[in-house]
Ligand binder design. Structure first.
Ligand code: AMP
Ligand code: ZN
Length: 423
């Protein structure tokens, strides 16, 4: 019988025994595996030095095409991972004309995410870990998104404490991270995620790509280029409402309505749906009308995010905010250039350094999972037991206590090389 979450120990610690080697050796190869949603993504890193970012040997991703299905179908995603994971890892480990690579640490997404999808990665990692006699770390997917910029700086920036805006297809949250395992969610979405709202709004405008966010961004960019080139007239907000749709930011302060530290994105989809229906559906819209509505909705979604972050930060004690030097924006929507600009305009005065990982590290990828596993292994001495389960819901505020199966190593002798311990 499953033990209720409330009765579980906060952490179960087992020791695998002491290492007898006393010198610092960190050189090891890391395999990263991400299968939480519909991207199968794997990578190999060479952790060749403790004082430099790990060197990427190779990374491979296979993305599921969801065009025809208007979103992600969990069973299709599961099949996608089952078909692609082993061949991708095989390609990574057996480079042409070179000896087979055997990693010394496996980092795999344990959750949160779609249970079926997660289970493909987790069970595969267990098998490899057992077969090779090397440790495995079950990684929290959202922790990986927020640690991503540290991968490029070997953990030197951003420094704790820092803020993160995590904006993906499934999540929108503002997080204050005090240390590797100490995170507080300051604001969360009360309905759908920012990426989901963007994808659904774009669909109402007739876009039907595999990922609608970048397509919507391109539409807006084309409109702005046409205005700059004088092909279209620059419009005021009021004129845009006349040509496009009526847009209103949710959760704005009103007499008698208490403010909340939260985001809400579902009304944006309704605004586009209603506005487009009033005009006779997207097929009745001109190219410019589509572009203007795209601009209105993109602007409004990002303005709402800035508005809610500003309010949320006003609720945090001043001395806490004063100690924060860094702000990370990560997750798929984090690659949007307009969102980046709005965050820089709004917060570069309050929070000194803004960090935007490159777009290929913003969307789901195995590299962020590998780095997070490295941090958990080297800094916290943690890895996972073979009875861990894929965890669809996993509280970022209680990473160790919310799930069991943690094993902790003694790091006093700086025996950080996995094979020193696992052998
Ligand atoms: P993730 O869930 O982190 O893999 O991110 C996927 C989500 O990010 C989807 O909703 C995408 O439409 C969205 N997305 C990716 N690139 C962009 C972009 N340039 N602008 C807006 N949304 C984007
Ligand atoms: Zn993600």
């Amino acid at each position: 019988m499953a033990i209720p979450r409330s009765q579980r120990p906060r952490i179960s610690l087992l020791s695998l025994g002491k290492n007898t080697q006393h010198w610092l050796r960190r050189t090891y190869i890391v395999l990263g595996i991400e299968t939480s949603c519909d991207d199968t993504s794997v990578c190999l890193y060479d952790r060749y030095s403790p004082s430099a970012p790990p060197k990427l040997i190779s990374s491979l991703t296979s993305s599921l095409d969801n065009k025809e299905f208007k979103g992600i179908v969990p069973t299709r995603a599961l099949n996608h991972h089952q078909v692609h994971l082993a061949p991708l890892v095989c390609k990574l480990l057996r480079p042409p004309n070179a000896p087979q690579i055997i990693p010394e640490l496996i980092c795999v997404t344990r959750g949160p995410g779609m249970r079926g999808s997660l289970s493909v990665g987790v069970e595969f990692a267990k098998g490899l870990s057992l077969a090779w006699g090397i440790p495995m770390v079950g990684v929290h997917h959202m922790l990986a998104h927020l640690l991503t910029p540290r991968l490029l700086t070997n953990g030197s920036a951003p420094r704790f404490p820092f803020l993160s805006l995590l904006v993906s297809g499934g999540h929108t949250m503002l997080v204050l991270s005090a240390s590797l395992l100490d995170h507080r969610i300051l604001a969360n979405t009360i309905d759908i995620a920012m990426g989901d709202a963007i994808d659904k709004s774009a669909r109402e405008l007739g876009l039907n790509g595999n990922m609608n966010g970048p397509e919507l961004e391109k539409l807006v960019q084309r409109y702005e280029e046409s205005v700059a080139a004088g092909e279209n007239k620059a419009l005021s907000k009021e004129e845009m409402t006349e040509v496009g749709i009526k847009v209103k930011l949710p959760m704005r302060p009103k007499p008698g309505r208490p403010q909340t530290a939260a985001f809400s994105f579902s009304s944006f989809v309704t605004m586009v749906k209603r506005g487009v229906a009033k005009k006779g559906g997207f097929t009745a819209l001109s190219e410019t009308e589509v572009q203007i509505i795209a601009k209105q909705i993109q602007d409004a979604i990002f303005d709402h995010a800035v508005d809610r972050i500003t309010y949320t930060l006003s609720t945090v004690p001043r001395e806490v905010v004063a100690g924060i030097q860094d702000f990370v924006c990560s997750g798929g929507v984090g690659s949007n250039l307009l969102l980046r600009k709005k965050l820089i305009d709004a917060f570069s005065n309050t929070v000194m350094n803004l960090h935007f990982p490159p777009p290929d590290l913003c969307t789901d990828n195995g590299r962020m999972i590998a780095w997070t596993g490295i941090e958990m292994w080297e800094t916290a001495g943690l890895h996972s037991s073979y009875d861990i389960m894929p965890t669809a819901e996993w509280n970022l505020e209680n990473i160790l206590g919310d799930v069991d199966g943690w094993l902790r190593e003694d790091r006093t002798e700086q025996n950080v090389r996995p094979s020193d311990i696992a052998a």
